[in-house]
Design a protein around this ligand. Structure first.
Ligand code: AMP
Ligand code: ZN
Length: 113
C-alpha cells in the first residue's frame, strides 16, 4: 500500500508532529489554510469515512478528543475552531487515509467553498 500518511506514521516521511500516542498522530498541514491547521489521523489505515467500521467507533471519537486537546493547547478552543473530514473527490479528499483537519486562529466562513 502506497499511503502518504502511513509513511508519515512510520516516520519515513518527515512531519511536524504536535501529538502522538499509540492510536493517533497529529501533525501540521504542509499547506496551512489558517494560522492553526493540524491534521489528526488514526494510526490504523482507514481510506475514507465510508470505510469506518463498528470496531472503529471508539477510535473515531478519540480523534475528536485529541483534536479538542490540541485546540485547547493552541488557545483556540474558546474562540472557536473547525473540524473537517473530506470524503472522496467532490469534497476535495486528496489523501486516502482519513484525517481530521483542525482549523483555527481566524474567522471561518460558511458555507465552505
Ligand atoms: P484532503 O484534501 O482533505 O485529503 O487533505 C489532505 C491534506 O494533506 C492537505 O491539506 C494537504 O496540504 C496535506 N498534506 C499533503 N501532504 C502532506 C505532508 N507531507 N505533510 C503534511 N500535510 C500534507
Ligand atoms: Zn494510510
Amino acid at each position: 500500500m502506497n499511503c502518504l500518511f502511513c509513511k508519515i506514521i512510520e516516520k519515513k516521511i518527515p512531519s511536524k508532529i504536535v501529538y502522538e500516542d499509540e492510536r493517533v498522530l497529529a501533525f501540521e498541514d504542509i499547506n496551512p489554510q489558517s494560522p492553526v491547521h493540524i491534521l489528526v489521523i488514526p494510526k490504523k489505515h482507514i481510506s475514507t469515512a465510508l470505510e469506518i467500521k463498528d470496531e472503529d467507533n471508539e477510535l473515531i471519537g478519540y480523534m475528536f478528543q485529541v483534536a479538542n486537546k490540541i485546540a485547547k493547547g493552541k488557545n483556540i478552543a474558546e474562540r472557536g475552531f473547525r473540524l473537517v473530514l473530506n470524503c472522496n473527490h467532490e469534497a476535495g479528499q486528496t489523501v486516502f487515509h482519513i484525517h481530521l483537519h483542525l482549523l483555527g486562529g481566524r474567522v471561518m466562513h460558511w458555507p465552505p467553498g
